[in-house]
Design a protein around this ligand. Sequence first.
Ligand code: 5GP
Length: 144
Amino acid sequence: MSLDGRYDADNIFAKIIRGEIPCVKVFEDDQVLVFMDVFPQARGHMLVISKTSQARNLLEAEAKTLGRLIGATQKAAAAVVAALKPDGVVVTQFNGAPAGQTVFHLHFHVIPRYEGEGLGRHGEGGMANVEDLKALAAKISAAL
Ligand code: 5GP
């Protein structure tokens, strides 16, 4: 999907927000949801999304939405650093399929990095064990 187009209300993150498909939550309020990426590129990989905006990407996002999202992204990054003690943390965000975007509901990736451990390829990792994700999410949310 290019940068042009319309928001698809049946995209996977919209379904997660509506509770139609499960996710492992780390944090949520009335505006934002932080949950574990089920195909993690590293241990503790999280996604930060707006629960109210229909922006598909950064270019479409309202300033207020961006403010809430980046605030939640910072909060998630601080919590994962405190909980899992990575050596670094990467924040990424993709706009349009040619840029690597696969889900067309604006989101930020928060990916901890560990010295000596390579980063899994974006969109090509295996599916994580849900119990492992729940344990990680509990640890991270306890550090919020
Ligand atoms: P994008 O490629 O659009 O930047 O990122 C989409 C992300 O969503 C990918 O990292 C992918 O692993 C993740 N993802 C795709 N489907 C699901 C799902 O059903 N549940 C969760 N938790 N993550 C998903």
